[in-house]
Design a protein around this ligand. Structure first.
Ligand code: GDP
Length: 138
């Protein structure tokens, strides 16, 4: 059993897609063991995406992620990191496979509806960034 970290991004909460995305996560075999709706501060977004600090799209990404509410989640399942990346689809929705969340819902490479950890190590760090142990109920 593995855990991963997920975000339903502002483009998706704005379009009231939380339930539809959660259904796709659950249908993929993932269990939502923690979830809360928050509005990320600029400091949160800058720290969370710190690895992308030098990328040309960093400032746009921070503005986008703070432009509205997000839903942060902990997902649990066998191979949860890979399972979530598979159901999310490629970063650019134009490259994403049919039936994935990004192919179905993303508006652009930036407003791509969901975030998912890319490794078990990063999942642990990202979960800790937003959740305490008592908020995660498996
Ligand atoms: P992910 O792991 O698939 O989310 O992709 P990355 O870690 O490479 O990028 C993080 C996030 O930055 C993506 O989910 C997008 O929201 C955004 N992003 C990535 N590439 C670009 C880009 O070329 N332009 C813009 N504007 N945003 C991007």
């Amino acid at each position: 059993m593995q855990r991963t970290f997920s975000i339903i991004k502002p483009d998706a909460t704005r379009r009231n897609l939380t339930g539809k995305i959660n259904a796709m996560l659950e249908d993929a075999g993932l269990r939502i063991v923690a979830q809360k709706r928050i509005h990320m501060s600029q400091a949160d977004a800058e720290a969370f995406y710190g690895v992308h600090k030098e990328r040309p799209f960093f400032n746009d990404l921070v503005s986008f992620m703070t432009s509205g509410p997000v839903v942060v989640q902990v997902l649990e399942g066998d191979d949860a990191v890979l399972k979530n990346r598979t159901v999310m689809g490629a970063t650019n929705p134009e490259d994403a496979d049919e039936g994935t969340i990004r192919k179905t819902f993303a508006e652009s490479i930036e407003a791509n509806s969901v975030h998912g950890s890319d490794s078990p190590e990063n999942a642990e760090i990202e979960i800790r960034f937003f959740f305490s142990d008592r908020e995660i109920v498996g």
